[in-house]
Structure formats: C-alpha cells, structure tokens
Design a protein around this ligand. Structure first.
Ligand code: ACO
Length: 447
C-alpha cells in the first residue's frame, strides 16, 4: 500500500465589496488513495477561516468519497490482456475473478471480514461455526409462514430479519468485538436458510433442514431443491456456479446498499438492523433487484422486438432503461459480468444440448445489438453483473423472485465488513449537508 501523500491545491474565492482584495486564496489539501487517485480533502475546507464552503454534489454523490475504506477497490476502466475494455475489482487486494475461480465463497467471506485469507485451521473453525449456526428459530419460521405466498421474497426476508433482531436484541452487546463477530457468523450462516424457507413457503412445501455434511453452496442448493420426499444431490458444476455467483456478489465498495448499511451503523444501530436497511436498498430495480427485472424484461419480448426495446431505452422522453446495462462506477465491462457471462454460456452449452431456450437466445441477441449501438457505445454502457447473474441463476433453476435474496445472501459478508469497519473507525455519524433551494424565512401571514 502506498503512503498517503499530501499535496496542495489552490482555491480562489471572490470576496464581495472589497476592491482592494477581490479574491481570497486558500490552500487545500489533496490526498492520494492507495492507487494514486486524487481527492480534495473536504476536512481542510472546513478550516477556511470564517468562510463556510461545502461541496455541492447533487447527482447521487458520484463525486464524493464518503469515507475511507480498506475492504475493496474498483478500477472503473482499462483494458484486459486482449485489449477489451474491462474494469478491475479487488477484495482486500485480491482479484475477484481469481477468487471466484480458484477460491470459495466462504474463503472470500473470511478474507473480506478479517482482511487476510484464512489459514487451514482458521478456515476449519470458521466453516464449522457456520455449519453449527445454519438453523433458524421457530419464531422466525412462523413469521415467514404468516405471509401471503404471493408476497415478494425481499419483503418476507426483511420481516424474518426483524424477527432475528428481536431474538438477539438482548443476547449480543454491540459494544463487544466478540459479540459482533459471533453475530456476523450467525448472519452469514442463516441467510441461505431464510432464503430457502421463504421459497418453500411460497411453494407451499415443508422446509428441508440444513445438511451438516455439505459445504455452504451445496447445502444452499439442497435446502432450495430437496423436498421432504426426495433429497436432491446437486451436480458439482452447479455447486461451483452458485459458489462463484456468491463470491462475485460478496462485496462492491460503497454500493447504495452498503452505503445504507454504513449510514445506519454510524448511528450506533445494531448489526441486524443495518442489514435490514441495506436489504431494502438492494431490492430496488436499479440495484440488486435488476437481475430479476432483466429476466422479466427478456421474458416479455421476442427476438423481433429487440430493435423496439433498444429504441425505447434510447428515447429521452421514455423513463424505460435497459435492465442489466450501465453502471454507476464502471466505464468498461464489469469484471464480474465477464466471469458470469462465460459461466452462463458454459452451463447453456452443457445443459441444453439441443438449443438454448428462447429467453437465452433473446439475451444473446439483445447483448449483441446493444454493444453495436452508438448510444450504448458513446455512453460506455456495457452489460453489468445483473444481466448475466439472472441468466446464470435461471439455468440453475432458481425462481426469479428469489434472485435479489441470493444477491443479499452473498452481500451480507460485504455489509458486515463495512458495518465493522465503520464501528471500529469511530466514524462520525453520516449526516451530509444539503444544497437548499427552498424559501428564505417567511413570517406567518395567514389568518
Ligand atoms: N438503458 C438506457 N440508457 C441508460 C442506461 C440503460 N440501462 N443506463 C444509463 N443510461 C443512460 C442515461 O440515461 C444517461 O443518458 P444521458 O447522458 O443521455 O442522460 C447516460 O446513460 C449516463 O447514465 P447515468 O444516468 O449517469 O447512470 P447512473 O450512474 O445514474 O445509473 C444505473 C447507473 C442505475 C445502473 C443505470 O445504468 C441503470 O438504470 N441501469 C439499469 C438498471 C440496472 O441494470 N441496475 C443494476 C446495476 S449493477 C448493480 O447494482 C449490481
């Protein structure tokens, strides 16, 4: 890691009604992150005498670094070895593409949470503790079962998490490092069980207990697809695919849901409440709900309608966006999407010996058409992780409305790491200012 270096930048501000000195000059501090990206240090602006100056960033905080973090790094643009535009994502310095291929979701989760990869002993202890904590309590099961079977899975999961929060309210002291660590393990262990329980409830089937003999992804598939009558043994390739999907979704710096988790943590709120807040942000169609929208969009069109849907996406008077395209951070192909694309194509080749299904054909044609279109080229809009993760999960047989929960199950590791980082750094409460454009003071004048 490079040392934080500081260089100066000059800020010249006009001073009203002072012909002698029409401008005031200030020295601002610039900071460099580990990769040499430059940041104006807003804290140094606060020290500029009597003049109070704030940054105005009204486009979704895209020009603001809200806090320091050591968990993951995103390089938004660049080229891969073949000259194709592709970004980079590192978890604690390790390339996510290599982690997804050569490591497991649990190893990545340990790395994300603890900062270093686990030794053999550390990993055994971590995975044994996770296995021992997979089961959910009766009250949480009953809360899930109370919901109408048509209710969206993310709504049910929020309620299930609220039930867990109630159960653990007095058990865990958020000021204790040990308690928080224990709770983090419980959360990673229980998210797949909650997800599977929700699916079984929606399908009006009895739940399937976790299997201690199985690893994280294999057990997840078992709880989703086995029934009381029949134990489904998943294909090892499918287990690896789910494990890769989980690894690729485990962490992504200050994404909207993670920022929400940190914001809530900065208020001193308990861990599970931070995760509930993050989940609700994730469920939106522009964020983690996009994988579900991609499949719904593809189901709603035929190959012949692709030109129409692209034209709709380009029309400035139409709010419609092509789901699964574009990203706030990447100006190139999202590295996670690259891995998932290859993975999806491989599963398609293997599982549909005859022909890909209509929806997969439409997806491939839509991707091709958008990548050739000037609108998408000029705006650097590439397919994102959600374009392919929906397709990959579909080929595993996971129902569409469960996609955001699979994402949340994976991202829980990242959320927990950020909640912990926020608490440990003693961060000030996250409380941005506003750029006020409303009325100035008005005396009450009505009778
Ligand atoms: N379809 C059509 N046009 C798009 C799309 C899209 N999917 N995405 C961006 N654009 C256009 C914008 O309208 C804008 O056009 P303009 O310059 O003519 O006004 C231009 O591209 C730049 O886009 P921004 O508005 O700067 O993109 P922003 O950073 O605000 O939004 C977002 C990013 C929300 C992901 C957006 O691309 C989008 O809505 N995509 C579809 C939803 C989606 O796939 N979300 C998943 C994101 S990945 C994740 O959360 C894991």
């Amino acid at each position: 890691m490079s040392e934080m270096t500081q260089v100066a930048a000059k800020l010249t501000i006009p001073v009203n009604n002072n012909p002698e000195k029409p401008h005031q000059e200030y020295e601002l501090e610039l900071s460099e992150d580990s990769y040499g990206n430059l940041f104006i240090d807003a804290d140094s602006i606060n020290q500029l005498g009597n003049t109070r100056i704030l940054f105005k960033d009204t486009k979704g905080m895209r020009n603001t670094a809200a806090d320091e973090s050591k968990i993951s790094y995103i390089k938004p643009s660049g080229n891969n070895d073949n000259g194709v535009p592709q970004g980079i994502l590192l978890y604690r310095g390790f390339d996510v593409k290599q982690l997804a291929t050569h490591s497991t979701f649990l190893e990545s989760s340990y790395l994300i949470l603890n900062g270093e990869p686990p030794s053999k002993e550390e990993f055994k202890q971590f995975s044994d503790e996770l296995k021992a904590n997979r089961i959910i309590d009766k009250q949480t099961e009953e809360v899930i079962n109370q919901f109408d079977r048509q209710t969206h899975a993310t709504t049910i999961m929020s309620a299930a998490l609220a039930s867990l929060a109630a159960r653990y309210e007095d058990k865990y002291n958020m000021a204790s490092d040990e308690d928080r660590q224990e709770l983090a393990i419980r959360m990673i262990a229980k998210m797949p069980t909650i997800t599977a329980h929700i699916l079984k409830h929606q399908q009006d089937q009895r739940t399937v207990s976790p299997d201690e003999e199985l690893g994280h992804a294999a057990n997840f598939l078992h709880m989703l697809f086995s029934t009381q009558a029949k134990k489904v043994v998943s294909d090892p390739k499918h287990i690896k695919v789910l494990d890769m999907i989980l690894t690729l979704h485990a962490e992504h710096s200050f994404a909207a849901s993670t920022f929400v988790a940190r914001t809530v943590a900065s208020c001193g709120t308990s861990t599970i409440s931070c995760i509930i807040a993050a989940l609700t942000a994730l469920s939106g169609p522009l964020h983690g709900g996009a994988n579900e929208e991609v499949v719904r969009m593809l189901e709603g069109i035929t190959s012949d309608e692709i030109p129409d849907i692209i034209n709709r996406a380009k029309d400035p008077s139409d709010p419609f966006k092509l789901f699964g395209f574009g990203h706030r951070i990447y100006n190139a192909m999202d590295p996670r999407a690259v891995v998932l694309r290859e993975l999806t194509m491989n599963i398609i080749k293997e599982s549909h010996e005859e022909k890909p299904s209509d929806i997969l054909k439409t997806a491939i044609l839509l991707e091709e058409a958008a990548l050739k279109d000037e609108y998408f080229i000029n705006r650097k809009l590439f397919p994102n992780v959600d374009f392919y993760s929906g397709l990959a999960m579909m080929t595993l047989g996971i129902p569409t409305n469960l996609f955001p929960l699979i994402f949340a199950t994976a991202r829980t590791s990242g959320w927990l790491a950020h909640i912990e980082e926020c608490r440990k750094s003693g961060a000030s409460i996250y409380r941005p200012n506003q750029y006020y454009t409303g009325w100035k003071f008005r005396p009450i004048g009505w009778p």
